[in-house]
Design a protein around this ligand. Structure first.
Ligand code: NI
Length: 512
């Protein structure tokens, strides 16, 4: 595991969840460039009219062309107990999926053990740990994924990364060192030492030991190719330089890199330089995305739009962190009750499942921004914060054609910077079902039903099966109480919501 200290300037361009900071390094959301364009996603067919979100560089990106790609998310929605994990599940790459899942589990378990002062009750969480991912390559028959952990409890060693490489030909998953030719490790090591010498904090003695060929599997964990084919090697703090120097990255130019790569490494390099934007794994088990049309959707009717929540009992059900594997089922349930809801979606998931987000909009639901990769916005620079929102906007816009009008900050975490940076209203909630904690349908339903009043905004997560299973009970009981199920915008209408203002409920109906 590669660990990087917090607070290093270089971190702005090499550390943290890479996608967060890409624009900071690249000067904005990249619309084209070497990475070119990618398809709208979900179809598996490349097209050329949808811009890539995030440069396909060493910092990572989200491929939109993997059929059946799922993103597994877990976490709290609690600013006092902010934790979140995510990793991709690539159909046909079982060994990769297993390695990613096991690593996330291990990191979380280690983080829990390392923080006995964790304030989160029930042992289900931990205070401020965010584990995320980025794709480094996903082309033809190779996949590369970087996992990044930000551990807010670990001040001197807050960021850890590791990279995982899947070879579709052998159906095996391996670590970074597998990209190197085992017969060329001495050449690789001396070249890296030469590139490092003269760097601030470079420690020749420490580097010589870390870069001894026998130690490379532990020292070289984070590698990636840029679109020119150069090999970027990122060393954790203390591996090749003084700890105070932080993490260190060297770039081995393409020609030199090619000489020290394994056959697999060369294939990865080739896909980074000439990505096909198709992934063809030998044992595909695609669970293709549901069709754009949702089951039995009643088109948004004028009657529902005309609801005046100052006059009748309204409740706004909100579902965060999706779309996910249970979202289509949830849409069918909502349609059965002619209920509107609001989905605060995460950009990476939107890229993986754009058709589900289209279906949400088509069914008359509202879609809001919940950031690109579920980062705590209060811990980001203004620029990174802007990117987190802009990238989710872009993903939603690509999927639905519309920029979302509402923002729900992950964990409900808001500070002065967030308030002054956003150009849209911030939507919180006043009924927390704690569904992420209980994972029990009866408890979720009870938490909602026991607390809902006219004007309530209810927080739930459609990434949990138990939550989706609780929704029929909730809808049934509230419908009997003559509640109208509305979107956030309907709940507040006709009052216009103000940018930067925080809303956690609607008006209380004047009627019974
Ligand atoms: Ni969330």
């Amino acid at each position: 595991m590669v660990s990087h200290p917090v607070g290093v300037v270089r971190r702005l361009c090499v550390g943290v969840l890479a996608t967060v900071l890409l624009a900071a390094c690249a000067g904005g959301v990249q619309e084209d460039g070497p990475a070119g364009t990618v398809p709208a996603g979900g179809t598996g067919e490349p097209s050329s009219d949808v811009p890539l979100i995030g440069p396909s560089s060493t910092e990572g990106f989200m491929p939109s062309w993997i059929r059946g790609l799922q993103i597994v998310r877990d976490g709290s929605e609690d600013a006092e107990c902010a934790w979140h994990t995510s990793y991709p599940v690539v159909p046909g790459a079982e060994a990769l999926n297993t390695a990613l899942r096991d690593t996330v589990d291990t990191w979380m378990s280690t983080a829990r053990q390392g923080t006995p002062q964790a304030v989160c009750p029930g042992g289900v969480g931990i205070e401020h740990v965010e584990i995320g991912f980025d794709f480094l390559v996903a082309s033809t028959d190779v996949v590369g994924v970087r996992l990044t952990m930000i551990n807010g409890n670990n001040a001197g060693n807050g960021i850890s990364t590791d990279t995982f490489w899947y070879d579709g030909r052998t159906q095996r998953q391996s670590r970074a060192v597998s990209l190197l030719d085992s017969a060329a490790t001495t050449t690789f090591s001396s070249r890296v030492r030469a590139l490092l010498s003269g760097r601030e904090g470079f420690d020749a003695e420490v580097a010589a030991q870390s870069l001894d060929p026998s130690h490379l599997p532990d020292s070289v964990r984070d590698v990636a190719f840029d679109t020119e084919g150069a090999l970027h090697v990122r060393f954790a703090s203390g591996i090749v330089a003084a700890v105070a120097a932080g993490d260190v990255e060297v770039t081995v130019p393409r020609t030199e890199a090619t000489r020290v790569l394994s056959d697999f490494g060369r294939r990865v390099q080739e896909q980074a330089v000439h990505p096909t934007r198709r992934l063809t794994l030998p044992t595909p088990a695609p669970t293709s995305e549901p069709a754009t049309s949702t089951p039995s959707v009643s088109p948004p009717g004028a009657a529902a739009d005309a609801v005046d929540c100052r006059q009748v009992k309204c409740v706004a059900l909100t579902f965060d962190d999706g779309p996910g594997p249970y979202t289509t089922q949830l849409l069918a349930t909502l349609a059965r009750y002619k209920a509107r809801a609001t989905f605060f979606v995460v950009g990476q998931n939107v890229v993986a499942s754009p058709a589900i987000v289209r279906a949400e909009v088509a069914a008359g639901h509202e879609v809001g921004n919940h950031s690109w990769s579920h980062r705590d916005l209060t811990r980001l620079s203004r620029k990174d914060l802007t990117n987190q929102l802009a990238w989710d906007d872009k993903a939603i816009e690509n999927a639905t054609g519309t920029r979302p009008a509402l923002i729900r900050p992950p964990y409900g975490a808001i500070n002065a910077t967030v308030r002054s940076t956003v150009d849209r209203p911030l939507i919180l909630w006043n009924v927390d079902t704690l569904d992420w904690k209980s994972r029990n349908s009866a408890d979720v339903a009870q938490a909602a039903l026991g607390a809902v009043r006219p004007g309530s905004v209810v927080l739930m997560h459609d990434i949990h099966a138990t939550t989706v299973q609780a929704v029929p009970t909730i809808l049934d009981a509230l419908a009997r109480q003559r509640y109208h199920f509305v979107t956030i915008s309907q709940l507040r209408a006709p009052t216009a919501l103000q940018p930067g203002h925080v809303y956690s409920s609607g008006p209380t109906a004047r009627t019974r």
